[in-house]
Design a protein around this ligand. Structure first.
Ligand code: CTP
Ligand code: MG
Length: 244
């Protein structure tokens, strides 16, 4: 029985603006994806990493990963496999899961777009899964008050949006990755969603729909997702502080 990490990295990064696919953009001179692979490989629990590359870019990603060593902290000699991804994050994760060997019993799904997740967070998620939790998610309290609205989109985009409700902030959490799962549970969730064609914005959300309990453990500020240009500024600063 072993633990693998699946890293969906097939997105374009539309919100980051024009340029290379997001996972290949550099932070501190090193592609985001390489940071993410290193973060997974640095966890002693993880012995295999499956990178899900842009559909037409698997060969390029393979070459890139061969250029950058996994670095000194890879004590366990992690294997890295690259597979082409799909149209949606969900499809990409499903393609990554399909590449796992039979002896993998636990899976961490980690966004390439969260390149600076600390290894302690990865270890904590992996440990909770190994101790028997079927689904484990790192999360933080939300800083902003969150409003539910009647969205104005399409022709009405930009119009003031009516507020419907204000959920109590104290009971809300913002979730991160890696999300850790019992392999069979996650595979079942993805099969069900593939059949029913329903969207969820994270893997744990799909598992919840199976009625399987999901638990949260403390996340980390440095596991933030690089989504918009300002996030790149923050990522550069975090990395510079780490290297100082
Ligand atoms: N992802 C993927 N396959 C897709 C879409 C997204 O593997 N078809 C991955 C991204 O590469 C990223 C993670 O899912 O590592 C989280 O998605 P997000 O932050 O939304 O990245 P993008 O979809 O690339 O960005 P955007 O939504 O701004 O285009
Ligand atoms: Mg996206």
């Amino acid at each position: 029985s072993r633990t693998a990490a699946v890293i969906p990295a097939a997105g374009r990064g539309v919100r980051l603006g024009p340029g290379a696919p997001k996972a290949l953009r550099a932070i501190g001179g090193t592609p985001m994806l390489v940071h993410a692979v290193r973060a997974m490989a640095a966890s002693r629990a993880v012995s295999l990493v499956v990178v899900v590359a842009p559909p037409d870019g698997a060969a390029d990603v393979r070459h890139l990963l061969d250029e950058y060593p996994l670095a000194d902290r890879d004590s366990t000699r992690t294997d890295v496999v690259v597979v082409p991804g799909g149209e949606t994050r969900q499809a990409s994760v499903r393609l990554g899961l399909a590449a796992l060997p039979d002896d993998v019993t636990a899976v961490l799904v980690h966004d390439a777009a969260r390149p600076l997740v600390p290894v302690d967070t990865v270890d904590a998620v992996a440990a909770a899964v190994r101790e028997g939790a079927p689904a484990v998610v790192p999360a933080l309290p939300v800083a902003d008050t969150v409003k539910q609205v009647e969205p104005r989109t399409g022709e009405r985009a930009g119009e003031p949006e009516p507020v419907v409700a204000t959920p109590e902030r104290a009971v809300l959490r913002a979730v991160q990755t890696p999300q850790g799962f019992d392999r069979r549970t996650l595979a079942e969730a993805h099969e069900k969603v593939a059949l029913e064609g329903e969207g969820a914005t994270d893997d744990a959300g799909m598992v919840e729909r199976l009625g399987v309990p999901v638990v949260l453990i403390p996340g980390h500020e440095e596991a933030f997702k690089v989504t918009r240009p300002l996030d790149l500024v923050l990522a550069e600063a975090v990395l510079a502080r780490r290297r100082a």
